[in-house]
Design a binder for this molecule. Structure first.
Ligand SMILES: Cc1cc2nc3c(=O)[nH]c(=O)nc-3n(C[C@H](O)[C@H](O)[C@H](O)COP(=O)(O)OP(=O)(O)OC[C@H]3O[C@@H](n4cnc5c(N)ncnc54)[C@H](O)[C@@H]3O)c2cc1C
Length: 512
């Protein structure tokens, strides 16, 4: 069933068993699990079926820490959520991501990768992914053209990624949800506050408000906030009538430990056998999978670094990555000559000239692109701004912060890749200057992957996290969170596969 909440009179009250706030990747995956059950689901979506300017403007916020993208441009506020423009890169988190790593303060999930595996497998068809198999050997067998680099696999190994269509949740699941007799989808139903009972130990209702001031009250037995990381934080902090510091925030944890993925080019490679990178390149037509390079778990531990991968991507025909590469020795020049054969530009006719110029301009160049987790940092945080949106809700004040461990980890990975390519004689890697410097210098815009994780993290101790291992908000009997906000650490993998798997796991818990 579907109702446009704009058609409802002021003061309407809705009742159900399960109220899900937000119809993006997490909210839709959760709601789909209840289709055809006896549970009366109320799915409240703030936006309509299409993007609308005033609705999107509700996402505006203050950026006070590291420069970041405009907050109303990253996440999408309509049915289907941010899957309306996501890229579809998917991989599960690695087993090590769930463990407590002595060299990564505040690391460790209260659940293991093995516990999440059945839900990853169930999430795959929702995201239109291939088999739930991320072993490099499995994907090599699918395509005989693929070959593996002869790496020292005690140091570096492959991490496989798969690519979703990318599936747009709004288009894919709209019909099934609207036709479901036990699911009632309300569009234009922006929740502005979560109303706790008198003891502030459970939720009675959520309140929806329209731009013209009309309100709805929605009651249910169980509530799930699935509004995206920043919106979930905002709603918890803004719902401060009874709990003055915000719901679930008795220990000042809501909004802390925000983490992005550092997704940025930080080096360039020139390779003698570019065809050896086939296993590592996109191949949408054949397998929709590719490998990236990561430091083994043992190396991460030995060198005290975070989890990350490096993609070796053919550099575009024009642009910074392929344009220059500095030669540091005659051996380098010889390697470039072999790699580039006849593609030296006209003004660089001989090896000597190239070396004299200490620069070579040639193909094939590759960009080294990182995907790295961010060290959990309580000071990387989301709070509320003094400015309010058109519905009267305080906007987000976003203070994104990085640490020395983030930079140390990226540099360690890149130099390991460089050393390994050099040892094998297959190429040379050049790091960006800012990565070589010892200080905390970063480029002016450190690009994140548009992945909001953390800020409502999972921890069994209410003093160290916001939700428990079942994604239930500490201290509140019937309020749950869905989305990447519950990740204590985010690994190197993009978040959507994991947050959908967690939503399916939550569905099982709620049914139980
Ligand atoms: C450009 C871009 C590329 C990306 N590429 C990838 C990728 O390749 N791989 C990957 O894994 N991830 C990627 N992501 C991230 C991915 O889009 C998110 O992880 C995912 O969409 C988050 O799901 P969600 O359900 O938590 O939030 P969303 O998908 O944002 O959904 C939240 C929903 O809640 C609704 N809502 C918000 N507030 C309220 C309210 N107060 N009341 C009612 N409803 C509300 C919103 O309208 C929305 O429908 C990308 C993101 C961006 C921006």
């Amino acid at each position: 069933m579907h109702t446009d909440a704009l058609s409802l009179p002021d003061g309407t009250q809705l009742d159900g068993d399960l109220c899900i706030v937000g119809a993006g990747a997490a909210g839709i995956a959760l709601a789909m699990e209840f289709v055809g059950t006896a549970t009366r689901v109320l799915l409240l979506e703030g936006g309509g079926f299409d993007l609308e300017g005033p609705m999107q403007a509700l996402y505006r916020g203050e950026v006070v820490g590291r420069p970041y993208y405009p907050l109303d441009a990253t996440r999408l506020h309509y049915f289907g959520g941010t899957t309306g423009h996501w890229g579809g890169f998917c991989a599960p988190l690695d087993p090590i991501d769930f463990t407590t790593r002595a060299w990564v303060p505040h690391s460790g999930w209260p659940i293991t990768r093995a516990q999440l595996d059945p839900f990853y497998a169930r999430a795959h068809p929702l995201l239109d992914l291939g088999p739930f198999d991320y072993r490099s050997a499995f994907w090599e067998q699918q395509d005989p053209r693929r070959e593996r680099l002869p790496l020292d696999r005690t140091v570096l190994e492959e991490k496989v990624w798969q690519f979703s269509a990318p599936t747009r949740f709004g288009s894919k699941f709209r019909r099934a949800l609207v036709d479901a007799p036990n699911v009632h989808l309300y569009t234009h139903a922006n929740v502005v506050s979560v109303v706790a009972n008198e003891s502030a130990r459970a939720i009675d209702a959520v309140q929806v408000r329209q731009f013209d001031g009309r309100t709805l009250r929605v009651r249910a037995t169980q509530f799930v906030l699935a509004c995206s990381t920043m919106q979930n934080v905002r709603l918890l902090l803004a719902s401060n009538d009874l709990a003055t510091t915000g719901l679930g925030n008795a220990h000042d944890q809501v909004g802390r430990y925000f983490a992005e993925h550092l997704e940025m080019p930080a080096g360039t490679a020139v390779l003698t056998r570019p065809q050896s990178m086939q296993h590592y390149a996109y191949d949408f037509g054949v397998t929709k999978a590719r490998a990236e390079l990561r430091l083994t778990d043992a190396q991460q531990q030995a060198r005290g670094v975070l989890n990350a991968t490096v993609a070796v991507e053919p550099a575009p025909e024009s642009g910074e990555a392929r344009s220059t590469f500095e030669a540091e020795s005659p051996e380098d020049v010889e390697l470039y000559r072999r790699a580039t054969k006849d593609s030296l530009t006209a003004d660089m006719k001989s090896t000597e000239q190239v070396y004299d110029a200490e620069r070579v301009r040639a193909k094939p160049f590759f960009t080294l692109m990182t995907r790295q987790e961010q060290a959990p940092n309580p000071n990387s945080r989301i709070t509320l701004s003094s400015e309010r949106d058109a519905l009267g809700v305080p906007r987000v004040r976003f203070d994104w912060q990085l640490t020395a461990l983030d930079k140390h980890s990226m540099r360690t990975l890149y130099s390991s890749v460089g050393r390994e390519f050099g040892r094998l004689g297959i190429g040379r890697v050049q790091l960006r200057d800012w990565l070589l410097s010892d200080d905390l210098t970063w480029p002016s815009l450190v690009s994140g992957g548009w992945h909001d994780t953390g800020a409502t993290r999972m921890h069994q101790d209410p003093k160290q996290g916001v939700v428990d291992a079942d994604c239930r908000v500490h201290g509140l009997g019937n309020l749950y969170l869905a989305g990447a906000g519950v990740f204590p650490t985010a690994g190197s993998a993009n978040p959507t596969l994991t947050l959908v798997a967690l939503a399916l796991r939550l569905a099982d818990r709620l049914k139980g």
